[in-house]
Design a protein around this ligand. Structure first.
Ligand code: S6P
Ligand code: ZN
Length: 194
């Protein structure tokens, strides 16, 4: 069904809808899309490339999953998802997401952490860097222009409910080239950020 409202055409995608999300487990009922990233998708991201190769050879475990509903990626809409980053180490570096800037750089994002512990590592293109702690029931705000990646320092999945402007897009290329100024390691049972 399509009908005209004001100056644009509204399709079924504009109709209100509801989604059941279990805020304890992070399970989203009937997601339209599930993005799965394994260790083998993370080549070039960790400091210890040989340790990543060993992990891939040992079974190529899932690193993280993102559960989404399909929403038009146009101005005015909001995208939301559940991001689930598994616990683990590559050498002594904590499992993390690739990280990205938004393609429309002036768009922000909120992450409501519902389980696990870790950091939202944020960076500007001038090299500024902030590691914002993530833990259950803490919301992290990523302002416009800040690149961001989740890092799991614990032993359980780090799960967040994310919301951001639908037109934001993902710029992985610049982050892949620049990297982040800081990484998170566990050494001798302690977190090291360097
Ligand atoms: C999207 C939002 C998250 C991440 C997800 C995976 O803007 O920040 O849904 O996409 O946590 O991380 P990454 O770095 O691989 O996109
Ligand atoms: Zn984002």
């Amino acid at each position: 069904m399509a009908h005209a409202v004001a100056d644009h055409t509204v399709t079924d995608a504009d109709l209100p809808f509801g989604v059941d999300i279990d805020l304890v487990t992070g399970a989203m009922a009937a997601p339209d899309r599930v993005l799965v990233r394994r260790a083998s998708d993370m080549k070039g991201y960790y400091k210890d490339a040989a340790a990543l190769d060993r992990l891939i050879a040992a079974g190529d475990p899932v690193h993280y999953e993102v559960f989404e509903k399909v929403i038009p990626e146009t101005y005015g809409h909001l995208l939301f998802c559940i991001s689930k980053l598994y616990p683990g180490r590559v050498g002594d570096e904590c499992f993390m997401t690739k990280g990205h800037y938004h393609t429309v750089s002036g768009t922000a994002e909120t992450y409501l952490c519902i389980a696990g512990t870790g950091y939202m590592m944020c960076k500007l293109s001038d090299g500024s860097c902030r590691a914002e702690p993530m833990r259950r029931n803490r919301m992290v705000y990523v302002p416009p222009h800040w690149g961001h990646r989740s890092i799991n320092t614990g032993f359980d999945p780090l799960i967040s409910f994310c919301v951001y402007p639908a037109e934001a897009g993902h710029n992985y290329g610049d982050i892949a080239v620049e990297g982040f100024p800081k990484r998170v390691f566990i050494r001798g049972g302690r977190e090291v950020i360097e």
